[in-house]
Design a protein around this ligand. Structure first.
Ligand code: ZN
Length: 95
């Protein structure tokens, strides 16, 4: 279960925010005519907080940059010399 709120607010949250835990997409579902349940669509996530999409994108960019810096400086010692995709880099960082 997610967070209950007015449906119109939930629709705006669904558009502009992501899950605070996994940064997954949010989904608003009707509870009744005016109330909605806003929750993360990731079935493995029990997160109930929200952050703006803009914040998540900024943190993701920072993490990618940090990963590239570490790889450049310590890639050989860490066994990161093989080329990997940005997707794999994020996975390795725990996102
Ligand atoms: Zn989540």
């Amino acid at each position: 279960m997610g967070t209950r709120m007015r449906y119109d607010i939930a629709m705006k949250m669904e558009r502009d925010y992501v899950c605070a835990v996994c940064w997954g997409r949010l989904e608003a579902s009707h509870v009744d005519e005016v109330t909605s349940d806003l929750h993360c669509v990731n079935p493995d996530c029990a997160g109930s907080g929200f952050v703006t999409k803009r914040y998540a994108e900024k943190r993701r960019d920072e993490a990618t940059f940090e990963y590239m810096e570490v790889k450049k400086k310590y890639g050989e010692q860490l066994g990161l010399t093989k080329p990997i995709s940005a997707e794999q880099a994020m996975k390795d960082l725990g996102f």
